[in-house]
Design a protein around this ligand. Structure first.
Ligand code: OSB
Ligand code: MG
Length: 372
């Protein structure tokens, strides 16, 4: 398919409630929406880079630069028949996985629409609905946290993840565990600790947690290995795993026992599937992480989580957990068994609500093949 036009939009969506992690607090979620055009079809992609380099070094501005000045010129006016064609065209760019992943998502959507196949079908998914949980940000106090968690449990979420940071870790987790002795519970530190101070987390080992996510820095694979030795609870890596090669190395050195997979973090859906395969062949459980996506990215996450190795509930919540209104016409709802349906229509299987999209767009650029 010859790529005739690409549009990038910086989108800013107000969150229903602010989301706070060890690296900061946001009232709104910004992302780049990508549209690629070929043969009367449009493919949509979401680049999950945020305004601040708190989760990773990428930001909306760095991704915008890489997409506009390097990735778009590499594909505009060129034939793309497969995702592999795109990957080889993008491979001259080092790093910037979120920028690449956003463009790759748009190409998956376009090719799925061309072939009449859903993304889940294209990557080999085998589930119609996937188990999900909710990721709860830091709250004012342990009591406030318990109230927020109670609200999500009442809505039907069967797994809770709480964000932790130094001094807001064991106390918060204990408060939730005391109130709800039986729920599936896990914690996420977003790399807020160093090996030297991570021993303060040892009491978490008594709380029957599913996992402890990314306690140490993203480039600290070896120290995660040292820490895992001291915990019975599995350590799960998020920020540290940027490729299938990292996943293999992390498992070979026992740096973790679970991996959180996000297509945006690892450079795209193809690499995400490869990581899944590495883990599946070693019987290592994986789950689908989230980046507060719009309906575009949420659909892609549901397709990813439909692969057979995704046996732990994903951070893929219902639309209403994040936004008052979404840029897709399709709204994702929670089923009574704490699952969400995997989209079945071609590509991502979602359509755009143009009036909402126009309202949330703060900047856009149209690139045409003839001018490229
Ligand atoms: O570490 O998993 C994370 C959101 C933004 C950046 C990093 C993370 C998160 C979440 C939210 O935990 C998960 C979701 O989309 O519900
Ligand atoms: Mg995480």
């Amino acid at each position: 398919m010859k790529i005739e036009r690409i549009i990038f939009r910086h989108v800013s969506m107000k969150l229903r409630t602010p989301f706070e992690t060890s690296f900061g607090r946001s009232e709104a979620r910004d992302c780049i929406l990508i549209e690629i055009f070929s043969d009367d079809l449009v493919g949509y992609g979401e680049c999950v880079a945020d305004n601040d380099p708190g989760y990773s070094y990428e930001t909306i501005q760095t991704a915008w630069h890489i997409l506009r000045d390097f990735l778009a010129p590499a594909v505009l006016n060129h034939e793309l028949g497969t995702v592999e064609d795109l990957r080889s065209r993008m491979s001259f760019v080092k790093g910037h996985p979120m920028a690449k992943a956003g463009l790759e998502m748009a190409v998956w959507d376009l090719l799925g629409k061309r072939d009449g196949r859903s993304l889940s079908e294209m990557i080999g998914g085998n589930k119609e609905r996937v188990k999900v949980g909710v990721s709860v940000g830091l709250q004012e106090s342990p009591d406030a946290l318990v109230r927020v968690v109670t609200g999500y449990l009442e809505k039907g979420y069967g797994r809770i993840k709480i964000k932790i940071k130094p001094k807001r870790d064991v106390g918060d987790a204990r408060a939730v565990r005391r109130s709800f002795p039986e729920i599936l519970l896990q914690v996420d530190a977003n790399s807020a600790y160093r090996l030297e101070d991570a021993r303060t987390l040892l009491p978490l080992d008594e709380l029957n947690l599913l996992l402890i996510e990314q306690p140490l820095a993203e480039d600290d694979l070896w120290d995660h290995r040292m820490l895992q030795k001291e915990f019975k609870t599995p350590i799960c890596l998020d920020e540290s795993i940027l490729s299938a090669r990292h996943a293999r190395q992390a498992l070979e050195m026992s740096a973790c026992r679970v991996i959180n997979i996000k297509a945006g973090r690892v450079g795209g859906m193809s690499e995400a599937v490869d990581i899944h395969n590495v883990c599946l062949s070693r019987e290592v459980p994986v789950w689908c992480g989230g980046m507060l996506e719009t309906g575009i990215g949420r659909s892609s996450n549901l397709a990813l989580a439909s692969l057979p190795g995704f046996i732990l509930p994903g951070d893929i919540s219902a639309t209403e957990r994040y936004y008052f209104e979404d840029i897709t016409n399709e709204i994702f709802n929670l089923n009574s068994d704490s699952s969400i349906d995997v989209p079945i229509r071609p590509g991502l299987g979602v359509t755009i609500n143009q009036s909402v999209l126009d309202r949330v767009t703060v900047n856009s650029i149209v690139l045409d093949a003839k001018k490229a």
